[in-house]
Design a protein around this ligand. Sequence first.
Ligand code: PAF
Length: 280
Amino acid sequence: MLVVSTVSELQEKHRHLKKAGSRTGFVPTMGALHPGHISLVEESVKGCDYTIVSIFVNPTQFNNPDDFKHYPVTIESDLSMLRDAGVDLVFMPEVKEMYPEEDNRVFDFGGLDQVMEGKFRPGHFNGVGQIVSKLFDFVQPDVAYFGEKDFQQLAIIQYMTRALHYPIEIVPVPTMRERDGLAMSSRNMRLTAIEREQAILISRVLFEAKERRIRGEALVGIKAWAEGEFAAHPMFELEYFDIVDAFSLQALHTFDESDNPVACVAAHLGQVRLIDNIRL
Ligand code: PAF
């Protein structure tokens, strides 16, 4: 496994790896890897001839400087997991390599960035657009893999790929969960032992929301019930529990409005902000 830190090394090594007609798979990450990331890598290793992974904690997507400062960094274990998973090339640039000049580009995501995460984390998706477009330009993959846990990010990347005509297939990969249901996330590392125990509330509410939908309960009832579960918990501060259409991401008022409803949640547990979602 080769590890490089500059765009020119990345492009030179990629030229060597790539043979005519071969498929390059790409998994962008911010490091602090867990089995959820490795499931994206495994999809790429299975479906492509070469797999490139980037590790870069992108400053422009953090609207909260404290969140950026405390983002977990676990390079040694990241590299060992990637080696074991069969990755060919790891791109690990410094900030000045990715942003030699300030990036002032402003992206139009057709309104997909105006709801949920976009409302609570202003500028976040513009930063994601800046870094992912640069990574797509530098890596030039045939296929790129994104986790469904970041459901809104996935929808926005799919939109950007279409809008900017990137010849890249975007492959969504299902969320991996811990045994108790908690969605795997790098941010889970920052939970205290007691917070980690309580974090199960998020997936429990999502799974029960799905049960309630199957039993025929109305959308407004499910939303009010879910919000009540978070309000009743002394350690959680809910930002949103929205049921949205999977494609427009617009909030629904009844299940008649969409064939693809998804429940999405963001909540603070102590110092950690967690998100999760489930298709209803
Ligand atoms: O999902 C992430 O880890 C990041 O948002 C991404 C796609 C690597 C861009 O920094």
